[in-house]
Design a protein around this ligand. Structure first.
Ligand code: BES
Ligand code: MN
Ligand code: ZN
Length: 498
């Protein structure tokens, strides 16, 4: 989709805009938006509303052709709910209905002339983000590995957003929205790719490609180097696999040379069988998504590369497969992590924390301003929060320089929300082992919290937060596919810090 913004006024009225379709809002109780009123010189629009063909309820729509006095071939009336009280839900619903209709039109260009600054509690940037990300979502294809491609999408390819003024604010909002949408596209592509293609090596190559395109410094460490770093916890997860592990480090140095970077750490298990603690067969294919933390780091890097963000950001990805074999780690095996803490691997399916603890120890060398790890870490997080919120864990906010609030706020702002869950001494107590410093699973109950508590042990030298994205990174069932979350949250968080 090709996006642009334009301001219409009395000298340059929307009435004479030549386009395949112009979408305008109408409200309940037969009320017109300003743009709808501007197109209603002939009275055709009010007549259509009077006829009862559209109620104005959010998401309803009515396509009109040949509206008197209007240069556009079509006018799409879209319900936006209550007049004077446009909620973000109503606006989002209206945008999705509009994009669906645009996808089925015989026109290739269109204008959206919605009340972008009238959404309660939201601003212009939010409205533009909602449209741009929605349009990418509607255009996203999942036929990359099909021998016969899905038919080319018909409908609108060029979308013009009517704004009050083409100023710096509007331009920036559009550029940022497009950057985030492109980042999400990459995250979704990587997530959906089958695990026989999307291996640790594939992730490393993707990082290198991004590095070339956006001038990131990219370094890929392999087994020998990981052995030298004593990342025995990470390496213990790779024991059963024939795929070589890759430890990927990306650097975007957009800030001042000596500014402490924000570090993003992604779990990159390209397939999680559970290892010797083998998972059940049903639905196991979805464990190809166990690298969505890593994919969200790469997607966020694409977004900040597109934006040329003025901030130092380091991305770390610990990528490997978790497989059973004669060489695989066994329950009860004890390994020494890079940080020196010994870990009793009581369950080889709790492998995410084993790769992350070494990546978090490695992050220390950057003297980070903050570290955020992103992981499809626990099924229990889906039980706790469903598919709506990512789980957010951190020590107290004062000690983290406001990190928790920044992440919660960024999530709200981006429509990619997180919800805080607890860690602390009680959960740490659940991780006690008779034979090592830590067990890798807790006593029953609160599995998301004990997983986060485990990670916390490796993060004491910096401000840290953990996002459990098990419920938000992909959808199951008929609409199976990666969502691109939490790229909007992470990108917005970084934009706000820049
Ligand atoms: N990758 C899984 C977590 C997961 C499971 C995410 C299902 C999304 C859907 C993780 O490696 C795992 O297996 N976690 C275990 C932890 C348990 C052994 C303490 C889990 O959640 O069952
Ligand atoms: Mn697992
Ligand atoms: Zn896993």
């Amino acid at each position: 989709m090709d996006f642009s913004i334009k301001a219409y006024d009395t000298k340059n009225p929307i009435l004479s805009a030549k386009t395949g379709c112009v979408a305008v809002a109408v409200y309940e109780n037969k009320k017109l938006s300003a743009a709808a009123a501007a197109l209603d010189q002939s009275g055709d629009i009010s007549a259509a509303i009077k006829s009862g063909d559209i109620t104005g309820k959010a998401g309803t729509s009515l396509l009109l052709r040949g509206v008197g006095g209007v240069s556009a071939a079509r006018v799409l009336l879209v319900g936006m709910g209550a007049f004077d009280a446009v909620t973000d839900k109503a606006f989002t619903t209206a945008v999705h209905a509009t994009l669906k209709c645009f996808g089925q039109l015989g026109a290739s260009d269109a204008i959206i002339a919605f009340p972008l600054t009238e959404v309660k509690g939201r601003d212009l940037a939010w409205a533009i983000h909602t449209i741009v990300i929605g349009a990418h979502e509607a255009q996203f294809r999942t036929d990359g590995q099909k021998s016969k491609k899905d038919p080319e999408r018909t409908g609108v390819k060029k979308l013009l957003l009517a704004v009050d003024a083409v100023d710096a604010k509007a331009k920036l909002a559009l550029a940022q929205a497009q950057a985030i949408a492109r980042g999400m596209d990459l995250t979704k592509e990587l997530g959906n790719l089958s695990a026989n293609v999307c291996t640790p090596t594939y992730l490393a190559n993707t990082a290198k490609k991004l590095g070339k395109e956006y001038k990131f410094d990219v370094e890929v460490l392999d087994r020998k180097q990981l052995e030298a770093l004593k990342m025995n916890s990470f390496l213990s997860v790779t024991n059963g696999s024939d795929e070589p592990p890759k430890f990927i480090v990306l650097k975007h140095m957009g800030g001042k040379k000596n500014d402490a970077p924000v570090v993003l750490v992604g779990k990159g298990i390209t397939f999680d069988t559970g290892g010797i603690s083998l998972k059940a067969g049903a639905g196991m294919d979805e464990m190809k998504y166990d690298m969505c933390g890593a994919a969200s780091v790469l997607g966020t890097f694409r977004a900040i590369g597109e934006m040329g963000l003025d901030l130092n950001v380091v991305g770390i990805i610990a990528a490997c497969e978790n497989m059973p074999s004669g060489r695989a780690t066994k329950p009860g095996d004890i390994v020494t992590s890079m940080a020196g803490l010994t870990i009793e691997v009581l369950n080889t399916d709790a492998e995410g924390r084993l790769v992350l603890c070494d990546a978090l120890a490695y992050a220390e060398r950057f003297n980070p301003a903050a570290v955020v790890d992103i992981a499809t870490l626990t099924g229990a997080c889906i039980v706790a929060l469903g598919h709506h919120n990512s789980g957010l864990f951190a020590r107290d906010d004062a000690a983290s320089n406001g990190l928790v609030q920044q992440l919660l706020d960024a999530g709200k702002q981006a429509g990619d929300t997180a919800w805080r869950l607890p860690i602390g001494e009680a959960y740490n107590d659940q991780l006690k082992s008779n034979f090592a410093d830590l067990g890798n699973i807790g006593t029953p109950g609160g599995a998301s919290c004990t997983a986060a508590a485990f990670l916390e042990n490796f993060t004491r030298s910096y401000a840290w937060a953990h996002l459990d994205i098990a419920g938000t990174a992909w959808k199951s069932g008929g609409a199976k596919g990666a969502t691109g979350r939490p790229v909007p949250l992470l990108s917005t968080f970084l934009i706000n810090r820049a």
